[in-house]
Design a protein around this ligand. Structure first.
Ligand code: SAM
Length: 276
């Protein structure tokens, strides 16, 4: 074993204190292979620095074996992992508050929660422990690889992408997750009737989402009539709904990034589509 290889002997917190970098490689149970580093695929996440708190590292120690999954290319048996529950994939759960709240609100539904952000892993595990939730599995790594290599066809009852990184600069638009090639990867994994739910506070990305999802004949927009927001024309005249967007579902809690967007005066759009 090389010094950078994951150790099963040390606790997460011991590995953390032994490691020099802010993002110590051993915190990930799987290191991307050379081939994964080089391959052409959407790189939708920002490399973020951040340290685990002691509490997060402790939750990782206690909860990883039970709840954690390495995104290492190994095909998953979702009925076994989720005891037969229908499974929704959530990509980019961030610090996990929304994931934990939605899991606690409906224990009969499974959530496969994916993120690359290490402190968020510990944070989500803290919430699951606190709530006694059994219906979540934490997939650590790039969800694009998870979708491409690890999920069988028609295995998902839903997909959630809440406030994905907006990549606002034109030269970075290719890094946005919601684009046609991503949908090509997602569609075969969705069972008929699966719900696709996206939300963003970045208007141009909301328009892109609507265009990409709306262009697929395999998806039905559940709210073609619009969100019922009653937005106003510049002269104050009520103009009605914004077509294509969904009214905010009351079962989606306000997320951390959403709160930040709202504080800046951004408008939030939800999109709800169903796999035909
Ligand atoms: C802007 S944050 C939003 C977090 C959370 N959904 C919220 O609303 O507070 C986007 C998250 O998506 C994660 N992410 C982006 N691309 C990803 C990918 N391909 N696989 C897994 N996670 C990804 C990032 O690490 C980050 O935590």
């Amino acid at each position: 074993m090389t010094s950078s290889a994951p150790s099963t002997q040390l606790s997460a917190s011991a590995r953390l204190s032994a490691a020099p970098a802010a993002y110590p490689a051993p915190m990930y149970p799987h290191k991307a292979t050379e081939a994964q580093h080089r391959e052409q695929r959407i790189r939708s996440f920002q490399p973020r620095r951040g340290r685990m708190t002691k509490a997060q590292a402790g939750a990782l120690d206690r909860g990883w074996e039970r709840f954690g999954l390495a995104i290492d290319g190994t095909p998953l048996d979702l009925p076994e992992l989720f005891a037969g529950r229908p499974v929704t994939l959530e990509i980019g759960f961030g610090m996990g508050d929304t994931t934990a709240a939605m899991a606690a609100a409906d224990p009969s539904a499974g959530i496969l929660a994916a993120d690359v952000h290490t402190p968020g892993h510990g944070n989500l595990l803290q919430f699951l422990e606190r709530d006694g939730s059994e219906n979540v599995r934490l997939a650590a790594g790039d969800a694009v690889i998870l979708l491409r290599d690890m999920l069988p066809d028609a295995s998902l009852a839903g997909l959630r992408v809440y406030f994905p990184d907006p990549w606002p600069k034109p030269k970075h638009h290719k890094r946005r997750l919601l684009q046609a090639s991503f949908l090509d990867l997602v569609l075969p994994r969705l069972a008929p009737g699966a719900l696709v739910h996206c939300a963003t506070d970045w208007e141009p990305y909301a328009e892109q989402m609507l265009e990409v999802l709306g262009a697929s004949p395999e998806l039905e927009n559940l709210h073609p009539e619009g969100d019922g927001s009653g937005w106003l024309e510049p002269d104050g005249h009520p103009a009605g709904s914004v077509p294509g967007y969904a009214p905010r579902p009351d079962w989606r809690p306000v997320t951390k990034f959403e709160r930040a967007g709202l504080a800046k005066g951004h408008v939030v759009h939800d999109l709800l589509f169903r796999r035909r």
